[in-house]
Design a protein around this ligand. Structure first.
Ligand SMILES: Cc1cc2nc3c(=O)[nH]c(=O)nc-3n(C[C@H](O)[C@H](O)[C@H](O)COP(=O)(O)O)c2cc1C
Length: 359
């Protein structure tokens, strides 16, 4: 059943930063106040990590992308990626694929899941996705992109959104054209990562292209790319007037970024992030991952967050080394508890921190 483009209300600019007034789709009235989103990130934004980010001010989190074929062929591992049962707060599921039938089947199967929106991935640059014409490859095949979009809209009971890149490469930037197609199809918003497929994650995200898309569309645009703290959040919104911002790598090992963004939105001073709290949140993360994946894999998954955590604290490298030297969750928790109690990462270090140590 195709979803008609229902009448929309105009959302006036709100908050401390000036944003472009946009049409809010009545199916998602909460979008009016939704400013801070956690990106879908494969291998990162699992349930324990989404739960950790939420208290810091995330308005909406996304699951890691899930292959439509994996869902259709009932892969247990793929279904685990979309575990949202009983999840508090707003959550989106994202699917990718190049076959409209598979995508529609996946959307129908997902109708039984708890979610606020079903997002389509039109931005993944990974070889294994692009070679099958999924993800960002669809930015170079708009007829297929449209087929997929309509198949998913027809099959999904949840509103359908999409995440795009600026285009295939710098010579074929087409995000405005794609955005208009998506708006015309009735999507309540579009998220754009300001890089081309060819850039992958290199170079800088082009915020001018995001600003162009914001001006082109009447629906909200969620900007994405290179926001790493409150200050860069402010700069992206000022530069693009986007409705909201999605955070990817900036949240790895740093869920406090959402608190920094909230402070910008509420015109409050930049929050001070307490070291002992960092330890406590990391412990909570370890416990969540261990419950989900077992002790060994659970510890490994948290390592990529620890590698980016505690930045700027003298002795951070020492603490990370201690944590990386063990595969035992209880030992990691004991190390973090000790550091939290001391309020200092240098605990257990015999000599003062050497000058050359990486923070
Ligand atoms: C490890 C990793 C996994 C990612 N997985 C996904 C994904 O599953 N779906 C998606 O749309 N984008 C994915 N992305 C892209 C991010 O969502 C985001 O668009 C990109 O990292 C740019 O934003 P950032 O500068 O805030 O990181 C991934 C990025 C990284 C680094």
């Amino acid at each position: 059943m195709s979803k008609p483009n229902q009448p929309n209300t105009i959302n006036p600019p709100s908050g401390n930063l000036e944003r472009k007034p946009v049409r809010i789709d009545p199916r998602v009235p909460w979008l009016a106040d939704t400013r801070r989103m956690l990106s879908p990130m494969s291998g990162v934004t699992d349930r324990p990590f989404r739960d950790i980010c939420r208290p810091f001010g995330v308005d909406m989190g996304f699951c890691e992308f899930a292959s439509a074929s994996g869902l259709m062929f009932d892969s247990e591992a793929t279904w685990r990626l979309v575990d949202t049962d009983g999840e508090e707060g707003r959550v989106g599921i994202q699917i990718f694929g190049a076959d409209p039938e598979h995508m529609a089947t996946a959307a129908r199967l997902l109708n039984k899941k708890h979610m606020d929106v079903l997002d389509i991935n039109f931005g993944c640059p990974a070889k294994k996705v692009v070679k099958k014409c999924g993800g960002s490859a669809l930015l170079a095949d708009l007829p297929l992109l449209e087929k997929i979009m309509h198949a998913v809209i027809d099959a999904s009971e949840a509103p359908v959104t999409a995440k795009i890149r600026t285009g295939w490469d710098e010579a074929s930037v087409n995000c405005n054209e794609v955005g208009l197609l998506l708006q015309e199809a009735g999507l309540p918003w579009v998220t754009i990562h300001g890089r081309t497929k060819a850039q992958k994650y290199r170079g800088e995200a082009n915020w001018d292209h995001i600003a162009d898309l914001v001006e082109t569309l009447d629906i909200p645009v969620i900007g994405n790319g290179d926001v790493v703290d409150g200050e860069s959040y402010r700069r992206m919104v000022q530069h693009t007037r986007c409705h909201g911002v999605m955070i990817g790598r900036g949240a790895i090992g740093h869920p406090w970024i959402f608190e920094q963004m909230r402070a910008v939105d509420e015109n409050l001073p930049d929050p001070v992030i307490d070291f002992s709290e960092m330890c406590r949140v990391t412990i909570q993360h370890i416990l969540g991952e261990v419950a989900l994946r077992g002790p060994r894999t659970g510890c490994y998954v948290v390592r990529k967050h620890i590698a980016k955590c505690f930045k700027g604290y003298p002795g951070a490298a020492h603490l990370r080394r201690r944590l990386f030297n063990t595969e035992d969750a209880d030992e990691m928790i004991a190390i973090l508890s000790e550091a939290a109690a001391a309020g200092d990462p240098r605990v257990g270090l015999s000599a003062p921190d050497s000058d050359g140590e990486q923070k």
